[in-house]
Write a protein that binds this ligand. Structure first.
Ligand SMILES: Cc1ncc(COP(=O)(O)O)c(C=O)c1O
Length: 393
């Protein structure tokens, strides 16, 4: 008798990450010999800085290759707290810090530790693809907040307030935002924080792109007096130091929450990779000069992408003010059997050989995400193709 494979019901609550799927589709075409321009990948095209790589090599040479404490070494936690203090003026201690296997892991752990069946989580749209799935997987209910592209996809406390009910447990803010590049002003962010405190709701701030801000000074809402009690920070070294493959992220949060997340981690991944932890210490404590260099390059590319997109008749684009994504409205291209961003992206890939992520992944239906973390040459080639695909010229 063949056993039937009866999957757990909870796994049906999530779907494969759309950004990963785009990468796989583009890769398949490439392996068939097609010249694909890939705007799908949300990762820096810069190599990891040399000082960081050398620290990892030294860690291997020194046989730092065994288990570490579950939540990361004290030295790394101290480095995370110190960098956060130096960059944003916060005052976290290692007991309020958990090192995770990438920022995604911090967010997953958080949802598992915080969200119960039926708890509501308020999420502005467009949102990073993973939030929805990890909230659903934890049994929570996503409550979405619409935003207006004419306002750069930003939102205010007045937009959030009507979404808060007695069941709301958490508000998620991601500024600069993946996929829109939208950035909240300090004033708007503070008002949302005060709303959260007043209504007894936790606030998660995903600071993955905090250092990639085109105007103004980066800030952390956790620097507000007393904010540590109500705020959970999800952080990542992936983008800031071009370390996506090393898998180092962290959470900064009240100690009971950190302890709960660590308990879960102790039975799942155990510690983040020992070698990556040594590299992360160097990233955080060593020279920071690679960060403004990358930012200057992203700014150049952002300006180019926006200018090229605006030159395509009918395409609208809110200027990204942070991160490295553009999120144009391409609904002008809804014709000839294309009626959604998903169909647009599929045809763009199969006919024009340009990979983008459809807006459906992020909660909107008329946009696609273009990652400009790729060379100017690729941007030029891909935008030529996109222009031709939409305008026929
Ligand atoms: C908004 C946002 N948060 C968190 C992450 C997590 O990154 P990682 O798991 O590589 O640290 C990403 C990665 O794309 C992201 O875009």
């Amino acid at each position: 008798m063949t056993a039937t494979l009866d999957l757990a019901q909870r796994i049906s609550l999530i779907s494969e990450s759309s950004t990963m799927k785009v990468a796989a589709d583009a890769d398949k075409l490439r392996r068939e010999g097609v010249d694909v321009v890939d705007f799908g990948a949300g990762e820096p095209d810069f190599p990891t800085p040399d000082n960081i790589k050398k620290a990892a090599i030294a860690a291997i040479d020194a046989n730092f290759t065994k288990y570490t404490p579950t939540g990361g070494t004290v030295e790394l936690k101290q480095a995370i707290c110190a960098r956060h203090h130096d960059d944003y003026g916060t005052a976290y201690t290692p007991a309020e810090c958990l090192v995770t296997v990438g920022g995604k892991h911090a967010i997953f752990n958080l949802m598992q530790a915080l969200i119960e069946d039926g708890d509501e989580v308020v999420i502005p749209v467009p949102y990073w693809v993973t939030y929805k799935d990890v909230v659903n997987y934890a049994g929570g209910k996503c409550v979405f907040v619409d935003t207006d592209e004419a306002n750069g996809f930003t939102f205010t406390a007045d937009d959030i307030a009507p979404k808060i009910t007695s069941k709301t447990k958490l508000i998620i803010i991601n500024s600069p935002c993946n996929p829109s590049g939208g950035v909240l002003s300090r004033e708007d962010f503070e008002k949302i924080y005060h709303l959260a405190v007043k209504r007894g709701v936790q606030l998660m701030t995903d600071e993955c792109y905090c250092r990639f801000l085109y105007d103004g000074e980066p800030f952390s809402i956790a620097a507000l007096p007393g904010a540590k009690d109500n705020v959970v920070i999800a952080g990542s070294l992936s983008k800031t130091y071009s370390m996506t493959g090393w898998r180092v992220g962290f959470a900064l949060a009240p100690k009971p929450l950190i302890d709960a997340m660590m308990k879960l981690q102790s039975h799942t991944t155990s510690n983040p990779t020992s070698i990556s932890q040594k590299a992360a210490i160097e990233a955080l404590r060593g020279s920071q000069e690679s960060v403004p260099i990358m930012l200057a390059e992203y700014r150049k590319r952002r300006d180019f992408v926006v200018q090229r997109l605006r030159a395509i008749p009918g395409v609208k684009i809110a200027e990204p003010r942070g991160a490295f994504y553009a999120y144009p409205n391409i609904s002008v291209g809804f014709r000839n059997g294309i009626a959604s961003a998903l169909q647009f992206s599929e045809k763009l890939l199969s006919e024009a050989h340009v990979a983008v992520v459809p807006g459906e992944a992020f909660g909107t239906t008329e946009h696609v995400r273009i990652s400009y973390a790729t060379s100017m040459k690729e941007l030029e080639r891909g935008l030529d193709r996109l222009d031709h695909f939409i305008s026929g010229r």
